[in-house]
Design a protein around this ligand. Sequence first.
Ligand SMILES: CC(C)(COP(=O)(O)OP(=O)(O)OC[C@H]1O[C@@H](n2cnc3c(N)ncnc32)[C@H](O)[C@@H]1OP(=O)(O)O)[C@@H](O)C(=O)NCCC(=O)NCCS
Length: 161
Amino acid sequence: MIQVRNVKMEDLPELMTIENLCFTKEEAATEEAFIKRIQVIPDSFFVAEEEGRILGLVNGPVIQQPYITDDLFQEIKANPETSGHQSILGLAVSPAFQKRGIASRLLTHIEKEAKAKKRETITLTCKENLIPFYQRHGYINEGVSNSEYGGVTWYNMVKKL
Ligand SMILES: CC(C)(COP(=O)(O)OP(=O)(O)OC[C@H]1O[C@@H](n2cnc3c(N)ncnc32)[C@H](O)[C@@H]1OP(=O)(O)O)[C@@H](O)C(=O)NCCC(=O)NCCS
């Protein structure tokens, strides 16, 4: 059975493996960035686990502005108790376990937690090919992002909570 739970530092090696399988070198979070996120925002960093193995992850800090900015990939602060916008900096599922609804489970989980903490929206950036995926989850395409992360074009996708 797949369970979604908060991240722990001991998950780090498996998280790095998934991140590097899912993203290019330019896009993948560094180990340093993951350590920081696990330390600073464990309350908005979740993993999907099955029989002790990590299959996917979702994470991002709560921010005060409605859209993701590139500085967040370097520098994050602890989440406020309530309010703000829940960003998603990373959503990734191990390739062998994709198309089983695991990303959808992770999205549902982070949304439920964000709603309980009275966040205004979930905000993320995605590439063009994933716009329909997020639209099916209720996200609105708010156009091209200012982000130059990884040197590609990103779209701002926002879901009101
Ligand atoms: C995107 C991703 C997280 C989806 O994980 P998943 O567990 O397979 O997702 P689900 O099973 O919940 O949903 C599958 C849907 O994702 C969408 N999807 C996944 N990869 C896609 C791609 N390359 N192009 C277009 N749509 C894609 C499809 O809508 C698919 O639905 P389908 O099976 O009917 O085609 C996973 O493919 C992944 O880790 N990709 C690499 C990293 C990435 O791009 N992350 C998103 C950053 S914004």
